[in-house]
Write a protein that binds this ligand. Sequence first.
Ligand SMILES: [Zn+2]
Length: 228
Amino acid sequence: MEKLNNLFFVSILLFLPQLIFAQKQAVDLIIRNGTVVTMNAPKTVIENGAIAVRKSEIVAVGTVAEITQKFSSTQTIDAGGKVVIPGLINTHTHIPMTLFRGIADDLDLQEWLQKYIFPAEAKNVTEDFVRVGTRLGLAEMIRGGTTTYCDMYYFEDAIADETSKAGVRGVLGETLIDFPAPDNKTFADAKIYAEKFVKKMAGKFFDCSGDCAPRALHLFGKLALLNR
Ligand SMILES: [Zn+2]
């Protein structure tokens, strides 16, 4: 009987680590040791905080002790000495224009647009230009902590494609303008493109994705008529 008891004791000892480990939930990533700025309603800031992430979802936020007691992960990031904040949102971009950076500065908007930007766009903007400029803009935004941005440009479908590949959220609108644009030479063609884009993007990013630019234009058109 004593032998049996001993065996039981030994087996408990053997399986104890697994029992403790089994109580922990597996996640894909734990970020630990940072100052976590939650931006929840009471604006809680957790010193020596940790975040448990499963796939692309935050499953728990707390102190290092709380998180490591409940979760285990093979991948961890030591954020010691750093602040961990929610992703930033860039609310106004024409992202491929990163490639026009520095061609003209410190001018009145109309002069800047009409003397420099519109001619440069007519000469240079192709789908390729847009893709390359978007990739550069996305890399810069990711580096600066931006995870969502709101954009309006030409070839917006290509911008959506690059944005999706980069894993960034985009609220994207195709430009409708009353002169020949780089992607659509007539307003009618631009409208067809925009409508197709809105349908294709429905539900993919945010609710108003692919909708903002045409909707805004409609509103501005109405306002312009009222002001005549
Ligand atoms: Zn703008």
